[in-house]
Design a protein around this ligand. Structure first.
Ligand code: FES
Length: 79
């Protein structure tokens, strides 16, 4: 997926760290999994691209580790 230019975006690219909550991402930023690949000695050697996540123009990313919908926040941090 090609990234949109700032003129094509409805909202500016922005990531807000909420207090005791998720990262709030806006600006239609692409989101994909990145996997660390180890060499034969077990050291990190390279990144491999994993799953692309479909998302809305704005979305929230879990940073508490309790979401059942990772990488997205499902509100579990508030419990
Ligand atoms: S930050 Fe909301 S569930 Fe983790």
């Amino acid at each position: 997926m090609a990234a949109k230019s700032s003129r094509q975006r409805q909202n500016p690219v922005k990531i807000t760290v909420s207090e005791d909550g998720p990262y709030i991402v806006s600006g239609d930023i692409p989101l994909s999994e990145q996997i660390i690949v180890a060499d034969d000695a077990g050291f990190s050697a390279e990144w491999r691209k994993g799953e692309d996540y479909s998302h809305e123009e704005s979305y929230s990313l879990c940073r508490c580790g309790r979401s059942k919908a990772k990488p997205f926040c499902d509100g579990s941090h508030a419990n």
